[in-house]
Design a protein around this ligand. Structure first.
Ligand SMILES: Nc1nc2c(ncn2[C@@H]2O[C@H](COP(=O)(O)OP(=O)(O)OP(=O)(O)O)[C@@H](O)[C@H]2O)c(=O)[nH]1
Ligand SMILES: [Mg+2]
Length: 437
């Protein structure tokens, strides 16, 4: 299955399904303005300047029936999102109006756009590279501030520039090595190769190190609240949420099944999971609750391990999970033990909650400076890993063979920008888009 043709007219509803104040139908391709002129009663779109709105009526050309009053926005190639002549009809946001307008456009010769096809055209027409197109998708999907900021950075070519910046010294070195193969008397020193490759390798590794944070900023994180019965897990969940979601009682073993609740911490979407208190038990229901709790902790991005500091049972020195934040609960009561590695909170008074939120944020996202590029896309991670491996190969190889590995590293970097990638890769990227984008 190849990529769809660039040359025909495509049309789609660009606004989400359902009723809204306005709805937008998009058309793109050679002849888009002529097409629209056939259903437009008002200033002829073919005579409108690009980037201009005009007010008029949409008419069904076969019956002369007025379908809606609307605004028409016209773009002329190459100054459009797709790089082609295109138009947007801003109608009233009724699903019936939108469907009818779209249907009329189909009858006049447009075909339904595939998911992401407008952006695909933008990419194929050189309006943006593949990494930027992926950022468009991330931006549309972003549900948190952190994700939005990341996507916008990608869209404004932050990542693309970085990749170009990494590739440049590699291209120069490659040219140097090739010249040396032709004229061996020129000489290439192993030290010079190392001096070029090592900083590039470091920057790639630095980018790769941002992947876990990038992924969390984009997709959010799952945080498990675990600890002994009565540690105050359900109370902390409620305190973080700001409403009484979970049942709280003085009886140990209150929570049996686990319970998930969405919240946002410093711009990151979080799913907090309250679990059954972990203890040895013969109660069958509680036992499977405990098993679930441990399973959930195992799979979470971060475990909050809660221990009641008003009780004399001291918490275990080591915990089995990679990412844990230790929390001493009921800090409003007199302490029976103290441990500085624990964040002290009181769900009852709110003491320490803000600090806990801050610590959660830092544990999830690290302390990457604002404005830094984070990798959040699996395709980019995979390509960067390959570039890293090839550069390591190049560092090990004798000088005359290093060129081959450097070339492979450059190919991997170019894939991120979508240079020389197969149709299959492009198809896979755009498959996740919605129709009309
Ligand atoms: N003083 C004080 N009491 C608290 C605090 N947090 C929880 N408690 C009390 O501790 C008891 C247990 O709280 P829960 O939140 O149900 O504890 P849990 O860890 O969910 O318990 P299980 O579901 O049984 O595992 C309740 O009586 C709460 O009112 C706190 O910050 N201060
Ligand atoms: Mg509970």
């Amino acid at each position: 299955m190849g990529l769809p043709s660039l040359n025909d007219l495509i049309a789609a509803i660009a606004t989400p399904p359902g009723k809204g104040a306005i709805g937008i139908v998009r058309v793109s391709g050679a002849g888009a303005l002529e097409l629209v002129s056939r259903l437009w009663a008002g200033t002829n779109p073919t005579r409108l300047a690009g980037g201009r709105f005009t007010y008029g009526k949409i008419c069904d050309p076969s019956t002369q029936e007025i379908l809606d009053e609307a605004l028409l926005l016209v773009f002329r190639k190459p100054h459009s999102y797709t790089g082609q002549d295109s138009a947007e009809l801003h109608t009233h946001g009724s699903p019936a109006v939108l469907r009818k307008v779209l249907q009329t456009l189909f009858e006049l010769g447009a075909r339904p756009a595939q998911p992401g096809e407008f952006t695909l055209r933008a990419y194929l027409n050189g309006k943006m590279d593949l990494a930027q197109a992926e950022s468009v998708l991330s931006l549309v999907e972003s549900e948190s501030d952190a994700a939005r900021r990341q996507a916008l950075r990608g869209l404004s070519a932050g990542l693309s520039e970085k990749i170009q910046h990494l590739s440049e010294p590699l291209f120069n070195l490659l040219a140097h090595i090739q010249a040396w193969l032709d004229y061996p008397e020129e000489g290439v020193e192993a030290a010079a190769i190392r001096a070029t490759l090592e900083p590039v390798l470091q920057e790639i590794q630095h980018l790769l190190a941002t992947a876990p944070a990038g992924r969390i900023a984009h997709k959010g994180a799952r945080i498990a609240l675990v600890g002994a019965p009565n540690a105050g897990k359900s109370s902390l969940l409620n305190a973080l949420l700001g409403y009484e979601r979970a049942i709280v009682t003085p009886i140990p073993g209150t929570t049996r099944d686990y319970l998930e609740a969405p919240l946002e911490i410093a711009g990151v979407p979080i799913v907090a999971i309250d679990t059954a208190g972990v203890r040895e038990t013969t109660d069958l229901v509680e036992k499977s609750g405990v098993e679930r709790a441990l399973q959930i902790a195992q799979e979470a991005d971060l475990v909050l391990y809660l221990a009641d500091q008003s009780q004399p049972t001291s918490p275990p020195p080591a915990l089995p999970w990679a990412r844990t934040l230790r929390v001493a609960t009921k800090a409003d009561l007199p302490p029976a033990w103290q441990d500085e590695t624990f964040a002290a909170v009181s769900s009852q008074t709110g003491l320490g909650l803000q600090e806990l939120r801050q610590q959660i944020h830092t544990r999830l996202l690290g302390q990457a400076p604002e404005g830094e590029i984070w990798i959040s896309n699996e395709r980019h991670v995979e390509a960067l890993r390959r570039a890293e491996a090839h550069l390591q190969e190049a560092l090990q190889a004798p000088e005359d063979l290093a060129g081959v590995s450097i070339e492979s590293a450059l190919d991997a970097l170019a894939e991120i920008l979508g240079l020389d990638v197969s149709e299959e890769v492009v198809d896979r990227v755009f498959r996740n888009f919605c129709v009309g984008k």
